[in-house]
Ligand binder design. Structure first.
Ligand code: GDP
Length: 199
């Protein structure tokens, strides 16, 4: 099978309710992350597009799952960001229901990526995402974004510390990444789009 063409990415749909969640058998890679960790920037960097994953940053307007079809063979599912300071309990419940339905209905999740800010300890919600994926036997990796903000010698210890936080749920890999300068992109791509894992 020929290598995946990441340039060939198209927006497919947005699921705002459980009914909108796709379960058509196409394999999916999943992106999750606290709002402002850089999820949109990471997706745009990965796909070499400036605005593809642009979504309104207004709390309450972002609770939907965006699906992009990559090279007509894999979905990139962009889960709604979490951790907004001022969201209502109703919005939190809507988020939880959507994520729960997604994780329960999607049979073809190849891998999930939890995007965190390398400069900070993971939040409870970050760790909860790791726990969710582990509980569903979905392999996941932690992408330590914004590594351009650290000195080079600080990066490896920060990645290791992050790995230790998540290690209690399931063995997984942790990668230093920068959506600004592309560090880590070549390391990330094989996790997501390795041919022999494709259905
Ligand atoms: P999202 O809410 O998780 O989708 O985050 P965004 O992609 O909107 O990014 C939040 C902010 O962090 C924006 O100001 C981005 O420019 C910035 N940002 C994202 N990734 C990086 C990165 O790797 N390095 C740096 N320095 N800034 C980043």
């Amino acid at each position: 099978m020929k290598p995946i063409n990441l340039q060939n990415a198209e927006f497919v749909t947005s699921a705002a309710t459980p009914e909108g969640i796709l379960s058509d058998g196409v394999p999916a890679v999943v992106f999750a992350g606290r709002s402002n960790a850089g999820k949109s920037s990471v997706i745009n960097k990965l796909l070499n597009r400036n605005k593809l994953a642009f979504v309104s940053k207004k709390p309450g307007k972002t609770i939907h799952i965006n699906y992009f079809l990559i090279d007509k063979r894999v979905y990139l599912a962009d889960l709604p960001g979490y951790g907004f300071a001022r969201v209502s309990d109703a919005e939190k419940r809507r988020w939880a229901t959507l994520i729960d339905t997604f994780l329960n209905s999607a049979k073809n999740i190849r891998i999930a990526v939890v995007i965190v800010d390398i400069r900070h300890e993971p939040t409870e919600d970050d760790l909860l995402m790791g726990e969710f994926f582990a509980a569903k036997d979905i392999p996941y990796i932690v992408l330590c974004n914004k590594c351009d903000k650290l000195r080079p010698r600080e990066i490896a210890p920060a990645v290791e510390k992050m790995r230790e936080y998540f290690a209690e749920f399931a063995p997984m890999d942790c990668i230093a990444f920068s959506a600004l300068n592309g560090t880590g992109k070549d390391e990330l791509i094989p996790y997501l789009f390795t041919e022999n894992k494709e259905a």
